[in-house]
Design a protein around this ligand. Structure first.
Ligand code: ZN
Length: 483
């Protein structure tokens, strides 16, 4: 970037996980056959009236409170007027002058430093339908189909101040925001399904602090796309300015194939939305009691949990961060530790094979998991056997003790039995025994291998070493053990 500083602001749209839509009773299930979840209200047919979904407002308040915003006691819905085929009313109901929440912030760790980003506003609005073009875009497509299932699903739009300084910071912020909303249970935040979408405003300022023109980038539908698009755009603007050229105020889109931003339209061409208060909905007046109720029902948020994992359980910053970012793992970790198991041992196992096996999201119970840790830490089975048992637990749901019993996995510590096996191995390789006794110490490993092979790897290794060392002493000879 040379002599230029990057300034980034983000606008994030989040679909709320309500069962029904914002202004009608239609279902919001993702992936239903096209146009099976719509009615005259969400299709915007004349004569219909919107009826506000209380849960959507509650989720908006939850998100606003978790983002440390002031919740406005009175907010207002507005019409944003424009025509597009996916918007059958030719206006979108949103909030404009009086949003639901304002003036908040979100904190997160960036390279180990606690960092804060201002949330300027959070408002409610309705989702539009989905256009499906036969080609890559509407231009040049032979036809386009429209699915109105999505029209009217409740959204929140979250706007940050333009104070994010790098593409990496933007990604880390968005990851923390997504995690926070997931902890709140207000959205599944799946970028791949479009339930979390992000646009960015990017400008660069020169070394004297003169701000450059703002460019808006759309279509950032993955964390990787966000980071790459911002890096590309910052570089593009810096190069233009260093050549004495101008950065134009415009809206650009991220072209995933070409890995660059391309112009959609100049700002001068931007539509005037002619916002005005929505005449079919009264101002949204909120009772303080309700806001307090919602505030007291908020769960522990990711940052607080991360700090607690470090302080209460002595986990490293890294381990705590990984666990908290995977709530299904963090929950099993906490439940297992609550049963009295060591936090360090539990974390090691959860972050290792457990995390790999739980990738599909299914986990085994803390009860069973704790039982497995018990078997391993008491030496009844070794580490490798433990891993095999865990795999089986995920596959069958059986308890570790059942699996150990069924597979005969327990470690053999029976002295008599081990001595018999050892004697057999020595008898079979009497020549090597002599060589060991005349000084070839390294042959011990060979005999250990023999015993392990004969016991299917189940012999207790420390015991085998000790017994072998004894048996190989010059002049020693055991009688095979008789039961
Ligand atoms: Zn409907």
């Amino acid at each position: 970037m040379g002599n230029y500083e990057l300034t980034i602001g983000l606008e994030i749209h989040v679909e709320l996980a309500t069962k029904s839509k914002m202004f009608c009773g239609c279902a919001t299930t993702f992936g239903a056959p096209p146009n099976t979840q719509c009615c005259p209200i969400c299709l915007g047919l004349p004569g219909t009236l919107p009826l506000l979904n209380r849960t959507a407002v509650e989720y908006g308040i939850r998100a606003g409170l978790a983002l440390n915003c002031r919740i406005n006691p009175v907010s207002e819905f507005a019409r944003k007027n424009y025509y597009y085929p996916d918007l059958p009313k030719a206006y979108q109901i949103t909030q404009h002058d009086k949003p639901l929440a304002e003036n908040g912030f979100l904190e997160y760790f960036l390279d180990g430093q606690l960092t804060k980003t201002t949330i300027t506003r959070l408002h409610l609005e309705e989702e539009v339908g989905k256009s499906i073009h036969s080609g890559d875009s509407i231009i040049g497509s032979e036809y386009s189909s429209i699915d109105y299932n999505r029209a009217g699903i409740p959204l929140i739009e979250i706007v940050t101040a333009p104070e994010i300084a790098s593409p990496k910071q933007a990604r880390v912020f968005l990851e923390q925001l997504r995690l926070t909303l997931q902890y709140l249970g207000v959205s599944d935040c799946k970028m791949e399904n479009g339930s979390l979408r992000c646009d960015a405003n990017v400008s660069v300022r020169d070394i004297e602090g003169n701000p450059g023109e703002k460019v808006e980038i759309k279509n950032l539908n993955s964390f990787r796309a966000l980071e790459r698009a911002l890096a590309y755009e910052g570089e593009r603007q810096a190069v233009l300015l260093s050549q004495g050229k101008q950065v134009l105020r415009e809206t650009r889109t991220w072209d995933e194939k070409a890995q660059k931003t391309v112009r959609m339209r100049l700002k001068a061409e931007a539509p005037d939305y002619r916002y005005f208060p929505e005449p079919d909905l009264p101002p949204l007046e909120l009772e303080q009691v309700w806001i307090h109720e919602i505030a007291s029902s908020l769960p522990e948020l990711p940052l607080a949990r991360e700090e607690r994992f470090q302080k209460a359980y002595g986990l490293s910053e890294y381990d705590a961060g990984v666990l908290v970012r995977a709530p299904h793992l963090a929950d099993v970790f906490e439940e297992t530790v609550a049963l009295g198991h060591s936090p360090k041992l539990t974390a090691n196992w959860v972050l290792g094979d457990f995390a790999r096996l739980a990738r599909q999201g299914e986990v085994v119970s803390a009860q069973h998991f704790g039982e497995l840790l018990e078997l391993v830490s008491s030496g009844q089975i070794n580490n490798n056997q433990g891993k095999a048992v865990l795999e089986e637990m995920f596959a069958t749901g059986a308890s570790p003790r059942e699996i150990v019993q069924k597979k005969g996995l327990t470690i053999i510590q029976d002295l008599g039995f081990l001595k018999t096996v050892i004697q057999e191995a020595l008898n079979e390789h009497s020549e090597l025994v002599e060589r060991y006794r005349s000084g070839e110490d390294r042959l011990l490993g060979f005999f250990v291998g023999q015993v392990m092979r004969r016991t299917g790897g189940r012999a207790e290794p420390v015991l085998v070493n000790k017994l072998l060392a004894e048996a190989l002493q010059p002049g020693r000879n055991w009688e095979p053990h008789k039961e």
